[in-house]
Write a protein that binds this ligand. Structure first.
Ligand SMILES: C[S@@+](CC[C@H](N)C(=O)[O-])C[C@H]1O[C@@H](n2cnc3c(N)ncnc32)[C@H](O)[C@@H]1O
Length: 304
């Protein structure tokens, strides 16, 4: 038995859907309809070819993200860590030496990065327990409910798989979601906890900021300045020269050394069964299925 993304998401979705139904005094089926409406809206906004106008403040919009996108994006991040030799050695080296790893994600949303690291370390079978601390920055503070839900469920799953003694778990997760617009330089003085991370991640953030935003570049330049030498900056985006150019501009301004861009695709998420999402999948999969594929470009920046 191992952790899988869809099994992990099942109780989180059930709990949040039951809460919403109770709070809005509507039936579970009506909540499913709200989720379908938001899913359709998200899709249209993501491919609108302008700054997407998303309703992440709305619970149904976040639930649509968890149902459709979270597993695919977690899988992408896990894939990049496993397939990039330099990054893999870097992560495993720190984990084996310090038994801890510090990760900061910009535009982290619900914390799909934690899902990825849970599955990654479980697959690696290092025989040690690694404390993985996450500092998640997102301008939408409402993601906190999903982030704490995911963290609680990872703990619950490891407890069921490995027992109550945490030293037997592949990872012990901790961390915070910090409400922060990463194009707002005024927020930098409050971000003491993001300096000194081992890994910084921008997983599908640039396409939501969309424009080649000089304030984002200035923000990241400051982060790079205070990051430890050798820290890795992982950029993952949709394919397309426009996104590659955005990443190059950030690297040039901040002084990061970028790896070559690598295009990767996945035609079916490995060892993932969407029906493990449970009731929501049974109810709405005919109208909308979770994403089981991805098609990305990525590059790893290194702080010199
Ligand atoms: C497509 S989601 C990616 C979430 C996560 N990294 C993943 O891969 O699943 C993009 C996230 O970026 C956040 N975001 C968009 N613009 C932002 C900004 N200016 N500052 C901080 N977060 C932002 C959104 O709220 C959203 O959670």
């Amino acid at each position: 038995m191992t952790i899988t993304f869809f099994e992990l998401l099942n109780p989180i979705l059930n709990k949040e859907i039951a809460f919403l139904s109770n709070q809005l005094q509507i039936s579970i089926d009506e909540v499913y309809q709200l989720i379908l409406d938001e899913a359709e809206r998200n899709q249209a906004e993501w491919y609108s070819d302008r700054v997407p106008d998303l309703n992440y403040e709305e619970p149904a919009c976040r639930l649509a993200y968890l149902y459709i996108v979270a597993a695919a994006n977690a899988s992408t991040f896990q894939y990049v860590i496993e397939s990039n030799k330099d990054l893999l050695n870097y992560v495993l080296g720190i984990a084996k030496e310090r038994h801890e790893l510090k990760i900061c994600a910009f535009g982290a949303g619900p914390g799909t990065e934690l899902m990825a690291m849970a599955k990654f370390f479980e697959t690696q079978k290092l025989g040690i327990s690694v404390s993985v601390d996450f500092q998640l920055l997102d301008k939408v503070k409402e993601w906190a409910s999903s982030w704490y839900g995911i963290r609680e469920q990872v703990n619950e799953s490891f407890k069921n798989l490995y027992g109550a003694n945490r030293s037997k778990w592949p990872i012990i997760p901790s961390g915070n979601l910090l409400p922060c617009d990463v194009t707002d330089l005024d927020q930098l003085p409050y971000l003491g906890s993001v300096w000194g991370q081992d890994i910084y991640v921008l997983n599908f953030l640039l396409s939501e900021i969309f424009n080649d935003n000089p304030r984002l570049r200035s923000f990241l330049t400051q982060v790079v300045k205070f990051a430890p030498t050798g820290a890795r900056f992982i950029f993952i985006e949709r394919r397309g020269l426009m996104w590659e150019q955005r990443i190059k501009n950030i690297a040039r301004e901040s002084g990061l050394t970028l790896s070559p861009f690598i295009e990767s695709r996945c035609d079916r998420l490995v060892s993932e069964e969407p029906s493990n999402l449970g009731q929501i999948y049974d109810a709405i999969q005919e109208s909308r299925k979770p994403r089981l594929t991805w098609n990305v470009v990525y590059s790893i920046g290194v702080k010199q």
